[in-house]
Design a binder for this molecule. Structure first.
Ligand SMILES: [Zn+2]
Length: 343
């Protein structure tokens, strides 16, 4: 375990026992929090890419915690309106990335029960299969095999049980996000087993009819997440702009409503920066979200295309949720620096 992940794991515990959370919260809590999820799944189902799969019961627990803590769950447009409004209750916005069909089958019934608005950021390539969904291929590779080898890198991963499969996915995903040159070796390993990543994406994606149904729902907002889920910071400016504009055009054609919000694929510092924020603004989006950790502050009025989010997962407890809404992770990542996460 790295020092950073150890620190991250210890943070909620430390905060709970030292009361540090309340001190940090005064500076880092902001007006509200935008939360990020991906797929919502049955409680008993096993997925190697567990970090992207939130069981229904975990989502229910999260929603109950937000309600119990008197945090308003509101739409993204309402949150933007509230950013610099005179003091109002704290808010949470729930967002689901990529466009999994389970947004309708698993998330929606729960969101309806809690009368909780939400955003689904759709990668249009999920529906067509024209998407670089290497993470789904990697999960399938790990699911199938007892051992995953990245022979060019001299690496072997033991995947003989569920716990090891989950750890392997986390380790390889982290390696890719640290050094993108690893990705070509992962893709080669996936392809060598005849795994079709685009086909896997299509199998899990919403259909166009699902999308229309979602867009017509009063609680749901559909946002764009690019066409192919490319890392935009690594693409040319024209390709990045095309991803933003074409995904918006395709979604607007499908749902016959304006698409005003964008989520940068991967969303970390290696995947989006000031250039992408400017492109999103110039493309006409009202807002764009990253995956940088942090709360929403009045200063974000000037950074609507660089809004941070906190990731949610099955592992969240009342203390990690408290740390997330109090900006504890932003405090840690910034080493007690600027509370306002931007590009
Ligand atoms: Zn995504």
């Amino acid at each position: 375990m790295s020092a950073r992940s150890l620190l991250k794991g210890m943070a909620p515990v430390a905060a709970r026992y030292t009361g540090a959370s309340s001190v940090i919260a005064r500076r880092y809590r902001g007006r509200g929090t935008i939360f990020m999820l991906h797929s919502v799944v049955d409680d008993a189902a096993f997925y190697p890419d567990r970090t992207l799969r939130c069981p229904v019961s975990s989502l229910e627990r999260i929603l109950r915690w937000l309600r119990a803590n008197k945090i308003d769950i509101i739409s993204l447009d309402d949150a933007i309106d509230r950013i610099d409004a005179p003091s109002t209750a704290r808010f949470a916005v729930l967002t689901f990335d990529d466009g999994y069909a389970d947004a309708l089958t698993h998330a929606l019934p729960l969101m309806e029960r809690f009368r909780a608005p939400f955003v689904v950021y759709v990668t249009t390539g999920m529906m067509t299969g024209n998407i670089d969904a290497w993470w789904l291929g990697l999960a399938e590779l790990i699911r199938r095999q007892d051992m995953v080898e990245l022979s060019d890198l001299g690496l072997q991963f033991d995947c003989r049980d569920e716990a090891r499969k989950v750890n392997t996915f986390v380790d390889i995903e982290r390696m890719i996000h640290t050094d993108y040159s690893v990705l070509q070796h992962v893709k080669a390993a996936v392809a060598s087993q005849g795994i079709d990543c685009g086909g896997l994406a299509k199998r899990e994606a919403m259909t166009v009819e699902d999308l229309r149904q979602l867009a017509a729902h009063p609680l749901a907002t559909v946002g764009a997440h690019g066409c192919t889920h490319a890392n935009l910071a690594m693409a040319s400016a024209s390709a990045a702009r095309w991803e933003m504009e074409e995904s918006r055009r395709l979604l607007e054609d499908a749902v016959q409503k304006p698409i005003l919000h964008f989520a940068y694929p991967f969303g970390n510092a290696r995947a989006c920066g000031p250039r992408e924020a400017e492109l999103a603004r110039a493309s006409g989006y009202r807002s764009a979200v990253t995956t940088r950790s942090g709360s929403i502050f009045p200063q974000h009025r000037d950074h609507l295309h660089a809004l941070p989010r906190e990731a949610l997962s099955r592992l969240d407890t009342s203390s990690t949720l408290r740390c997330k809404v109090d900006g504890f992770y932003r405090a840690g990542h910034s080493r007690l620096g600027d509370p306002v996460a931007a590009m």
